[in-house]
Design a protein around this ligand. Sequence first.
Ligand SMILES: [Zn+2]
Length: 439
Amino acid sequence: MIALCVGLLTSVAAVAAQAASAADCPGHPDAIGTSRTIVVDPRAHPMIGTMQYAKTLPLADREVVLTFDDGPLPKYSNQILDILAAHCAKATFFLIGRQANGNPEGVRKVRDAGHTVATHSQNHPTGMDRLPLDRSKQEIEQGIASVTAALGDGTAPAPFLRIPGLRVNNGIEEFAASKGLQLWSADFPADDWRDVSANRVYELAMQRLEQKGKGILLLHDIQPRTVAALPRILRELKTRGYRIVHVVPATPDRPATPTEPQQWQLHPPSEMVAISRWPKVPKFASAGPAALPVPALSDLDWHTSDLGARASRRGRVVPLPPVTLWPRQTTLPPTGTLAALPVPARSIFKIPESASMTLLAASARRATSTAQAQARVMEVSSAKPAGKSRHGHAAAAQPPASAGQTAQAPQGAAGAAPKPAAQAKRNGRSVRVAGLKKR
Ligand SMILES: [Zn+2]
């Protein structure tokens, strides 16, 4: 109990200290700043980001983690660094090894500005989930080696890894975990790798954040539209009361921030919320993408220009025509729609084994009931006494609701109009079967 209290006091003090530093952004009184830094242990939480996994960073409501992929590319990465510096906002950069080789100074700039340096493969292959596992491993390890070399001070990048286009598979996930790497997905993208306006990037970032209330924002520091959108995003985050959280990896002398397991869920279940009674809901979200590619994710990568190549790789057996007959990019559905669609459960596509049996049973039942109805008519029409026949006729040919009414009518009208009754008696069978057929 005492240990718990001391721990709580320490973390409260730490949060207070970090909050104080957030306000401290010299020369930029309107800056959003960085409200706190959390230290995470990759081995304890090897996969994060609700776009693909059940867990995400242990953020409080209105806390946002900024991430930038694909740099460093001096032209735009430097502007992104300047904007972040002007807002005293700290982020995580997932750098490409090849870019680091070409621009090692850019890697050091990211580190020197106090951001977290992480990796994003060596060559940014599209569709890494389809590569042989050995190639994927090589991509991951070379990426880390290139960024390490660029840092040039003997330090390694943070053991945070984001796979290009988030195209992971089980082999990659297992490999990353075995290496103590934390696989970062994201909680929401802003589609800044697509051909959209900077205003659209801003809108998507804010709308998707509002939907989840907190989380990891996925951006790219190599896109001019991101450079244009970022200042507005940061200003609006501050206006709406969001706070920036910086994430760093645990080290032997920097222990992980103490957290409870439920803090790693985007919306921890509460005893007051009835839906939390169904534990399969979060399971559904985590198991879906692992087993079944989500359509939205297949286009997450900014290298979307080779859809045709991807399609022809798929069609190895029957080669596709060299030129696709349909327009390529233009037919993609609006991005908002994709984001809003839930991942269909695998069970939806399953046809239970009993389905065909059910169908057979249903048609058999129909056939039986028709046969029974005919048999009833036969039985009725062959009965001798007139009273019984009239009553039976009414019961068989009329709906149940009017049966009593109809049954009374012949009794009252028997004397006044005997002719229809007699006719019915004479041609009883053919008349009744015709009536039944009409129905
Ligand atoms: Zn990327």
